[in-house]
Design a protein around this ligand. Structure first.
Ligand SMILES: [Zn+2]
Length: 289
């Protein structure tokens, strides 16, 4: 079964845990790592002939257009990860629309692709911000992968459908592809995800989760990763025990775990796994080649 691999293309100073310590006014003065870290991801995917959806932060597209063009040229889908990496539920609908439109323009300017797949920063489409889906549909997005159907202090919609489903909005339908979870006994749901769960737990945790989703649920799993998670040398900016644990633990193990994942499972982009939801304005990554 073909699973979804998604890469949130951002710098090591963009995660919410880090933004609590480093605000946007300092971003331009920090040592950049995104080109180096993304090359590690691209080379790993090339070695295994795997494709992914890269959810590109507009801020990154504005500063590293060549990097975004290179990702598209290699045949990966170019999606959108907002412009400034702000939590959706912390914005007004007007602010969210402006941020999304600015991100789409930056991505189009960088590589000529109009993204139709969206991922919110820190999975911040929750019950408080479901209005964002209508704005995304209005902006031309046909796929969203921003809902984590778990309970978490910062994100998640417990009880939300665990597999891809088409949601109706007043501006049209949008395919929601939630982050991978497994069903436990007594109605409980556990995150599989990728990211921190891949870093913190043994390889077999993520692998068993994907296997269960593929064989028991008979559905693709949607896994995510950030380029900075393959970069053990990244500057540690997050403060506090929990933030540092969530952000930096297990960094040195991710490269080997990802190699095993793409060897054991087949991965591709949202566009490949859900081609019927391409939308009228889709421009595939290949169009940039
Ligand atoms: Zn992010």
């Amino acid at each position: 079964m073909l699973n979804v691999l998604s890469i949130d293309l951002e710098e090591y100073f963009h995660p919410t845990e880090v933004q609590n310590e480093v605000d946007a006014s300092r971003w331009s003065s920090l040592t950049p790592r995104v080109e180096y870290a993304t090359q590690l991801v691209l080379e790993l995917l090339d070695r295994h002939n795997a494709k992914a959806t890269f959810f590109v932060l507009g801020w990154v597209a504005s500063r590293y257009p060549k990097l975004v063009r290179d990702i598209a040229r290699r045949g990966h889908e170019i999606g959108c990860h907002s412009y400034r990496h702000e939590l959706v539920y912390a914005l007004t609908p007007q602010e969210f629309r402006a941020d999304t439109e600015e991100a789409v323009r930056a991505i189009e300017d960088a590589c000529g692709v109009t993204p139709v797949s969206y991922r919110a920063p820190s999975y911040s489409i929750t019950n408080r911000s479901l209005w964002a889906l209508e704005i995304l549909a209005e902006c031309g997005f046909t796929r969203d992968s921003s809902i984590y159907p778990i309970a978490h202090d910062r994100y998640g919609i417990p009880g939300f459908g665990r597999h891809a489903q088409v949601l109706s909005t007043p501006s049209g339908p949008i395919l929601e592809v939630p982050i991978a979870t497994v069903q436990l006994s007594a109605g409980r749901v556990a995150p599989v995800g990728g990211g921190a769960y891949l870093r913190l737990f043994p390889y077999r945790y993520t692998a068993a989760g994907i296997r269960q989703i593929n064989t028991v649920d008979r559905q693709p799993a949607c896994i995510y990763l950030h380029p900075w998670e393959l970069d053990p040398e990244l500057p540690r900016l997050a403060a506090g025990f929990i933030s540092r644990l969530r952000t930096y633990s297990g960094l040195s193990s991710v490269g080997a775990k990802m190699e095993r994942l793409v060897t054991e499972f087949q991965f591709s982009s949202l566009a490949d796994v859900y081609p019927l939801h391409a939308g009228r304005s889709t421009v595939t990554a290949q169009a940039c080649a």
